[in-house]
Design a protein around this ligand. Structure first.
Ligand SMILES: [Zn+2]
Length: 91
């Protein structure tokens, strides 16, 4: 694992969005790399705005998905209703 990969994971590591494997990789690397340890310390002191914006974006996506699901459920209910209407008309 090289420093470039660790740098990419560090924002997720700080915002607790890293997977267990990524956390292990970062922590193992920090034991042997002063540069990345300093980078992590600096990032924690002055978090980038993107780190803070990330949860908001996720919430927005969740809202969009639950909105879509509601439409989907409504559509399916309508289809079932129509199916029963037509089958009762036909029989
Ligand atoms: Zn490093």
């Amino acid at each position: 694992m090289n420093c470039e990969n660790i740098k990419k994971i560090i924002p997720r590591y700080i915002s607790h969005n890293a997977s267990n494997d990524e956390i292990n990789m970062v922590e193992e690397h920090l034991c042997i790399c002063d540069k990345c340890r300093t980078l992590l310390a600096d990032s924690m002191d002055s978090p980038q705005p993107t780190v803070f914006n990330e949860p908001d974006n996720k919430d927005l996506k969740k809202d969009e998905i639950s909105g879509l699901l509601e439409y989907l459920l409504l559509g399916i209910s309508l289809l079932i209703l129509l199916y029963f209407l037509f089958s009762s008309v036909l029989s």
